[in-house]
Write a protein that binds this ligand. Structure first.
Ligand code: PLP
Length: 434
């Protein structure tokens, strides 16, 4: 199989060996993507092979990422792959959330069911495999949480030393706890995400550490499996819309690439529209897409949102995201802290639950149906990116009416569910429970 790294910029398209340790195009500085010669692929035969692998006891066949390995054939040998049985995440019907979002029906694909609780595992299993294949000993990332939790797990599982850099005081304890438990060397830096990313790129070069931030094209390759698995679960009938929160915009870039490849190889008859939802305080891409032009991207200097997973002011993958959203005929929406918090409570009331960033999807759907961009009878799949237990402080504060937005305003506990304190008395409790 011929695989290479290609510059994403259409004016450049320079190509490099798949084993080159580069994160941007050395010629023009553009983003890189993995590119393959898929000639000779038979969609029908692959669909059957992937179904059969579900009954296999082989670890890589059991992985909801590596099961679809023909779609990201960048490794020369599968012995480098590291699996914790990532992917395999369910499609869940959520009637109550559908009603709240102004839809007749809504399906969630819940990436929070992954081994470390977020979709980052889909990409990290691929990025860690490439690190091993390159003979790297250490891997690093900057993260507001889920990337470090995931990288720590996959590095340790694969015999690599994880080093994580986190913005001081800007991370949920659930996620930091995971990174510590999985053995990551952890550095809290007094700078914001975007500043630390620049710093780490210098360190990676000088110390020979492999970078596993979302700029890493192999993580994007692994994240394509979210879409491939979704289409497999839908018997290859694409929905009208796929909705996803946007931070660094790697995920939507992966979704678009997967859809283009599946469509051109004849796996799916058409491409769904992609909708990206950002938090109002960290919405540079939403602003950009109102009047897009290559030289007009303006980062947000001080991104602010309680949804820390999408608190990104200078998203690295915006050129890819721009191209993929345009290709799909999709949109970008933004939502307030209150809208995220209330939507999150509704996802919880479906018995499903998710972390704050994930709930931006439902909040965004509610706005998109209200403005009639999305039809009430549209077939919509929203991707819940992270597990409900990632950020328990947020949940407790919301339900007890103490949740403050980044400016210090207390948010409404619209669907609050306060624990009641009662005395040790059967009569009192019976009176309370009716
Ligand atoms: C990383 C992350 C996001 C943002 O994804 P991008 O690829 O950076 O746009 C959203 N939600 C959760 C839970 C995440 O961990």
């Amino acid at each position: 199989m011929h695989a290479e790294l290609v510059c994403f910029e259409s004016a450049c398209r320079a190509a490099y060996p798949i084993t080159e340790v580069i994160y941007n195009c050395p010629k023009c500085g553009g983003l890189l993507e993995a590119s393959y010669d898929f000639s000779g692929y038979d969609a029908g035969a692959l669909k059957r092979a992937w179904r059969e692998r579900r009954m296999s006891n082989t670890p890589l066949d059991q992985s909801g990422v590596w099961r679809y390995r023909e779609m990201f054939p960048f490794l020369d040998s599968l012995e480098h792959a590291v699996t914790l049985r990532e992917g395999n995440t369910p499609l869940l019907d959520a009637p109550r959330a559908a009603g709240y979002g102004g839809l007749e029906r809504l399906t969630f694909k819940h990436q929070g069911f992954n081994p470390t609780g977020s979709f980052k595992d889909n990409g990290m299993t691929a990025g860690a495999a490439q690190a091993r294949r390159l003979g790297m000993k250490r891997v690093a990332c900057v993260s507001t949480g889920n990337t470090s939790a995931s990288m720590a797990a996959y590095a340790s599982a694969g015999g690599l030393q994880p080093v994580i850099f986190i913005p001081h005081g800007n991370i949920s304890y659930g996620k930091l706890a995971q990174a510590l438990e999985y053995g990551a060397q952890t550095l809290q830096v007094e700078a914001n995400f975007d500043q630390i990313l620049k710093l780490v790129r210098v360190l990676a070069e000088r110390l020979g550490i492999y970078l596993l931030n979302s700029i890493n094209p192999f993580r994007i390759e692994g994240q394509k499996s979210i879409i491939i698995e979704m289409m497999d679960q839908l018997d290859w009938n694409p929905p009208d819309w796929i909705v996803v929160p946007g931070g660094n915009l790697g995920n939507v870039s992966a979704f678009g690439k997967a859809l283009r490849e599946l469509s051109s190889l004849g796996f799916i008859p058409r491409i769904p529209k992609l909708a990206v939802v950002q938090a109002e305080g960290a919405a540079p891409f939403h602003e950009f897409m109102r009047h897009p032009a290559a030289d007009r991207f303006v980062p947000v200097d001080h991104p602010a949102t309680l949804a820390t997973a999408i608190k990104i002011g200078d998203p690295v993958s915006w050129p890819k995201a721009w191209s993929e959203i345009t290709m799909s005929g999709g949109v970008v929406e933004k939502v307030s802290e209150q809208e995220i918090a209330d939507a999150k409570a509704i996802v919880g009331l479906c018995g499903i639950g998710c972390e704050p960033a994930s709930a931006a999807t439902l909040a965004g759907i509610r706005k998109l149906t209200a403005s009639r961009v999305m039809d009430a009878d549209a077939n919509v799949v929203a991707v819940l990116t992270g597990n409900v237990l990632k950020d328990p402080d947020y949940i407790y504060q919301y339900h007890t009416g103490k949740l403050q937005d980044p400016s210090g305003n207390v948010l409404q506990s619209t669907f609050g569910n306060r624990p009641a304190v009662v005395s040790n008395s059967a009569d009192r409790i019976i009176a309370l429970l009716g």
